[in-house]
Design a protein around this ligand. Structure first.
Ligand code: 9MR
Length: 377
């Protein structure tokens, strides 16, 4: 059965515009991802604020998903562009929408090498800020955001993308090494300690603290993150979940076995697993990671733009997510439809440029429905 989301949304649009009288539709009978994922894991999407003035996009968000992430609006450059001058309006819009529709919100992100203004690392004379000053600014930033959205955010990415693929922590002075250079080797530990301290202080202890990164299936990075989490736990530093971004390719790259090995490793730490930024590259010979789509001649055949290949890939990975549903807290797709994706010109998501569902939408739905049926047996 192929039901156009656009036609459902057009009715909603009509209602919103007052153009047509409300007609009882069979909307409740249309199977949607949100309903199908119940009992398995939360199912999320990442949206820019403009989505909330787009009737079709917001209708899809509310009907198919129950967990939202701001694509950019809760990052440091958006929330504290100048020291001590906080901007919450854009993030508030997403939080209000989520509350209205009974959805959870994931906060993205406190400490990241990217989209962080330079002033964070500079002293008032233009020199390099001291460890103490940068830690103070980090604490101030974390406290302001956690306090503003107290009780409204379910989980926060405390640190984002701190490791190289081979498991080294990004080097001070090298790309992405700004935080380590400013604070020192214990910078991630400090960030998690601050987030936990603030959560306790403001009485928001239920909020989940997350480490998030791309290429988390790669053995070097995987083993380093597992070690970090175990070290933190041994020291009594709270870390609740591990975010695997899941910017992957359409033809079994990474393989299901490799992803499964990562799930086993992360689950062994006792942390929840979050698939945090899923999209599937369909361009052969390109690699999709948090760094962007990079041409790589060594990966010929890794991706395929056919709708069937994408539908099969989504089915394979969602079947695996369902298999590991006890360890997986949430699965979030990074964007509503293809034209909204940061992977410009690709077809990485489950809705097309017109926000109509693609065959891969139905393979996700089917995997979830199968998983849900198995739960009831
Ligand atoms: O999707 C985001 C895009 O709109 C921004 O231009 C980009 C800037 O860095 O960030 C994108 O989101 C990234 C996320 O915050 C962290 N992991 C990688 C994501 C894709 O680049």
């Amino acid at each position: 059965m192929f039901i156009s989301m656009k036609s459902v949304s057009a009715i909603v649009a009509g209602i919103c515009l007052g153009a047509v009288a409300f007609q009882a539709t069979a909307q409740d009978d249309i199977p949607r991802l949100r309903k199908a994922a119940e009992g398995l894991f939360l199912i999320g999407n990442a949206l820019p604020t403009r989505a909330f003035s787009d009737v079709i996009a917001s209708d899809i968000a509310a009907q198919d998903f129950n967990r939202l992430t701001c694509e950019n609006e809760m990052k440091w450059d958006a929330t504290e562009p100048q020291e001590g001058q906080f901007r919450f309006e854009a993030g508030d819009q997403l939080v209000e929408f989520a509350q209205k529709h009974g959805m959870k919100v994931h906060g993205h992100t406190f400490l990241w090498h990217s989209q962080t203004p330079n002033w964070v690392f500079q002293d008032p004379n233009g020199g390099r800020a001291s460890r103490e000053l940068v830690l103070k600014r980090l604490e101030n930033h974390i406290r302001a955001l956690m306090t503003h959205w107290k009780g409204k955010i379910d989980s926060w990415d405390v640190c984002n993308e701190c490791y190289e693929d081979d498991g080294r922590v990004r080097a001070p002075g090298g790309f992405g090494g700004n935080w380590r250079q400013a604070i020192g080797d214990d910078y991630m530990e400090q960030a998690f300690k601050i987030a936990d301290k603030v959560a306790k202080e403001i009485g928001d202890e239920k909020v989940l603290l997350v480490y998030n990164d791309f290429n988390m299936y790669k053995p070097g990075k995987r083993d380093a993150v597992v070690k970090m989490v175990n070290d933190f736990k041994a020291k009594g530093i709270r870390i609740d979940a591990i975010g695997m971004q899941a910017h992957w390719q359409s033809n079994d790259d990474p393989s299901i076995e490799t992803i499964e090995a990562a799930f086993k490793a992360y689950a062994s730490t006792g942390c929840k697993i979050i698939i945090s930024e899923m999209d599937i590259n369909t361009r052969n010979g390109f690699r999709n990671s948090g760094r962007g789509l990079e041409r790589d001649d060594s990966v010929q055949g890794n991706a395929d733009s056919s709708a069937d290949a994408l539908a099969k890939r989504y089915a394979d990975v969602f079947d695996l997510f369902v298999k590991y549903h006890k360890d997986i807290y949430a699965v979030t797709l990074w964007g509503i439809g293809d034209s909204w994706s940061w992977l410009r010109g690709g077809q990485p998501l489950v809705f097309d440029n017109n926000l109509d569902p693609k065959p891969c939408y139905y393979s996700v739905l089917k995997s979830l429905q199968k998983g849900q049926a198995a739960l009831k047996k």
